[in-house]
Design a protein around this ligand. Structure first.
Ligand code: LLP
Length: 429
């Protein structure tokens, strides 16, 4: 049996098809077509529980970051196991409302640009907390709260000016980024908000970025946040909640499995230890907003090889999935492992794995060593459960993939493949 450590995908026998749990990806591709996203419900639950377990010694709530994968079936699965949600738009709010209306009281609303309509929707739904990113937003929140006669619980999202190693597009914790309020200005804003009867200072929040592999930067950010909470406490402003954001990274490279690299449980424990140490003395509630760590490795994008084409020195494997289905390699030069669903015998070859979209940037891998591939073969792009389908588009008028959720020995369609009629429906001509 070959397994791809930390992931639910494995070959039960060297010559059998890649499976998600017990379900063959070949059978799923045959039944639902390709490109196809396949997720393991068991792994999603396991990852949520890793967080829940690691923080069990304190009052906490894991608010899954909906943006990572907003499939209704996944939101429902997580809500049922006690997750709350981190949302960044009115659209995500309505997704949570649709999938798990009972979870509205466990929702935090983040994001640098909330509209009045979105704020109204969230106030009416009675969410747990607004994570406010500017003075202007706080003023708008107060106006809307007064208008709707509903108190707004808020946390200022502070920018702690902490550096964390990750791709520059997804780093957020430095003063030069658009996110949060300079932590040095936050205390004064809390003091002035204390006079507004429609605003309730509930907590403070921080999110330093995404795909952060080291635990130390999370601890460093929380040290600064806790100091702010203590300073405010001395002024009589008691913040009950610290929201530590999301951002814990995963191993996209499967070679990590062969070394002594820590597994997901150790990663979460190390992360929890850094946060707990920084929080020492804080008796309030902890919120966390993990997205990627919960869903990324649970998902794969299954694609079929259309052609294998030589151009000069290069051999291109052209699949029926493209950058519109999974944009991470094109956008962040991200690495995704690619596994032939039924590996052929023969020597490894060097391929560029690309999609049919008319851009040179439409690639999944460059100069990747893989077992031989031929037209009609299936490949699985691993670790595609987070920011895969969620960032997909209809570029080149391509229908977005179907999605399947594997739960134990059962697999079910959770989103059908788009049709041309779906795409044309909003258009007028
Ligand atoms: N909370 C806030 C306020 C966020 O902005 C994010 C992610 C999260 C939580 C969840 O972070 P996670 O635990 O998933 O790292 N599309 C990029 C990632 C963008 C992350 C944006 N914010 C990618 O594919 O790598």
């Amino acid at each position: 049996m070959t397994s791809f450590s930390s992931r639910p995908f494995h070959h039960p026998q060297p010559d059998s098809a890649l499976c998600c749990g017990k379900t063959s990806l070949e059978a799923l591709a045959h039944r639902y077509g390709t490109p196809l996203y396949v997720y393991s419900a068991d792994q999603i639950i396991e990852r949520l529980q890793l967080f829940q377990q690691s923080f069990k010694s304190r009052d906490h709530l894991i608010c899954y970051a909906v943006k990572a994968n907003s499939a209704l079936a996944i939101l429902k699965l997580l809500a049922y196991r006690g997750a709350g949600f981190d949302i960044v738009s009115g659209g995500e709010l309505q997704r949570v409302q649709t999938a798990a209306s009972e979870a509205m009281g466990h929702v935090v609303f983040s994001g640098v640009g909330k509209t009045s309509a979105e704020i109204d929707l969230a106030l009416t739904a009675g969410i747990l907390q607004f994570n406010v990113e500017s003075v202007a937003e706080l003023e708008l929140l107060a106006v809307r709260a007064k208008k709707l006669k509903r108190k707004a619980r808020f946390a200022l999202r502070v920018n702690p000016d902490v550096f964390a190693e990750t791709h520059p597009y997804i780093s957020t914790g430095l003063r030069e980024h658009k996110f949060g309020i300079d932590i040095r200005l936050a205390a004064a804003i809390y003091r002035s908000a204390a006079n507004n009867r429609w605003l309730v200072a509930n907590g403070v929040s921080v999110h330093i970025g995404s795909q952060i592999r080291a635990a130390a930067p999370f601890g460093a950010a929380i040290v600064r946040v806790k100091k702010l909470v203590e300073d405010l406490g001395r002024d009589g402003i008691a913040l009950r909640v610290i929201d530590a954001g999301g951002g814990l990274g995963i191993d996209y490279h499967s070679d990590a499995a062969k070394t002594s690299a820590p597994g997901p449980d150790e990663k979460v424990q190390e992360y929890a230890a850094a946060i707990e140490q920084a929080l020492r003395g804080f008796e309030g509630r902890l919120l966390l907003e993990p997205g990627r760590f919960i869903v990324a490795q649970a998902g794969a994008l299954v694609a079929r090889v259309l052609q294998v084409k030589r151009n000069g020195k290069k051999t291109f494997v052209i699949t029926d999935a493209a950058m519109n289905d999974l944009i991470r390699p094109a956008l962040y030069q991200a690495h995704h492992e690619i596994v032939p669903v039924r590996p052929r015998a023969g020597r490894m070859q060097t391929f560029d794995v690309v999609g049919p979209v008319c851009e040179t940037g439409d690639f999944f891998a460059r100069d990747r060593k893989l077992k031989p591939l031929e037209p009609g073969d299936l490949v699985a792009l691993l670790d595609a459960g987070a920011y895969g389908m969620a960032q997909s588009s209809n570029y080149n008028t391509r229908m977005r993939p179907a999605e399947v959720l594997v739960e134990g020995s059962r697999a079910r369609l959770i989103r059908r493949r788009e049709t041309m009629a779906d795409l044309l429906a909003p258009e007028l001509f």
